[in-house]
Design a protein. Structure first.
Length: 343
């Protein structure tokens, strides 16, 4: 059998069978009549159509029109109209994705100075972002590990707060009292309020004297920019606003991915931090491992590796005739949805 055929067709005993696939537009699945667990999910959807709708406004309109049954990533401005509509509902669940701004520190310049990184942390008002852009559907957060990670999470951990006066003082101490130019790169439409948050961050940082601009792009271009800055091919002081979810709960995975010298989404390199992560990961005793990972978080704060903004809530809109409990790990299992008549 050819690989091209295998890549576009399904083989297995799962709850759904792939019926058609229009690349870049939609995938259509029908319920598998021979699934071993059919008796436990008798009201599940008999047909599931996956559509990629990039714009939040378009998703909300499609949901209200009955064109789709579930819409992920509903923005705050569309929630009131969905809640007023008797045929639609909104489900909100605290989730795993932590929105943060990392710094490109590997090639010198202002971002290599810890006082500058701390200053930018103090310049950003995370609570204002949480309550305005995200409509309160997010939590202020003090670490890169969430409650479902297997080790290291501590709800008492706090990150840098909002203190523009302290930000200005730190910039002066670092020798950048007159500021410098800085670019904040971010995605556009990948995470809730990503572009608006990028623009807000740039505006906040400008207020303490740093000439910051926001460059918000679709994910493929964001990825290219991130790789270019990381490799030193693109020059200048820069930071990146993004989210990391880690639904699998691997503590070392999220820390290595976002903060280590070889991390795919790390713009920094601190060898001492890498050693601390590796040591925590190799620790066998549960209590000792918890303390070791907490120590990694403390080290990250001392180094001001990131500005941790919020841990977002997943906001889903759905038709009123669908009933299920959304998960926290950014996974939607369609067979868990009950269809209660027509809508």
């Amino acid at each position: 059998m050819e690989l091209a055929h295998i890549s576009r067709n399904t083989y297995g005993t799962g709850p759904y069978i792939l019926k058609s696939w229009t690349k870049g537009q939609k995938m259509v699945f029908d319920a598998n009549p021979n699934w071993w667990n059919n008796k436990n999910f008798p009201k599940r959807p008999q047909r599931v159509v996956l559509r990629r709708i990039r714009e939040s406004a378009t998703r909300a309109k499609a949901l209200q029109a009955g064109e789709i049954g579930v819409a992920w990533g509903i923005m705050p401005q569309f929630i009131p109209q969905l809640e007023k509509n008797p045929k639609t509902k909104v489900a909100v669940v605290p989730a795993v994705r932590i929105m943060h701004m990392g710094f490109f520190t590997r090639h010198g310049g202002p971002m290599a100075n810890v006082k500058v990184r701390k200053a930018i942390n103090y310049a950003i008002d995370a609570e204002a972002i949480r309550t305005t852009i995200l409509g309160g559907r997010a939590d202020l957060f003090g670490q890169m590990l969430h409650p479902w990670n297997y080790s290291g999470y501590n709800p008492k951990k706090k990150w840098y707060g909002y203190d523009p006066a302290k930000a200005k003082a730190l910039l002066k101490e670092a020798g950048y009292g007159k500021g410098f130019k800085m670019e904040v790169i971010a995605t556009n439409g990948r995470y809730p309020g990503d572009k608006a948050t990028c623009e807000a961050i740039a505006g906040m940082v400008k207020k303490v004297g740093v000439d910051a601009t926001c460059n918000s792009q679709r994910f493929p271009l964001f990825k290219k920019l991130h790789r270019a800055y990381k490799a030193g091919k693109k020059k200048g002081a820069a930071a990146y606003y993004m989210g990391f979810g880690n639904g699998g709960g691997d503590s070392s995975g999220v820390l290595r991915g976002t903060s280590s010298c070889k991390g795919a989404w790390s713009g920094m390199c601190f060898p001492e931090l890498d050693k601390a992560i590796d040591k925590a990961n190799a620790t066998v005793d549960e209590k000792e491992q918890q303390m070791a990972f907490e120590g990694v978080t403390d080290m990250m704060k001392a180094l001001a590796t990131h500005k941790i903004v919020v841990k977002i809530h997943d906001v889903l809109g759905h038709r009123a005739n669908l009933r299920w409990t959304p998960r926290h790990d950014e996974t939607l299992l369609p067979w868990e949805i009950e269809v209660l008549g027509m809508n």
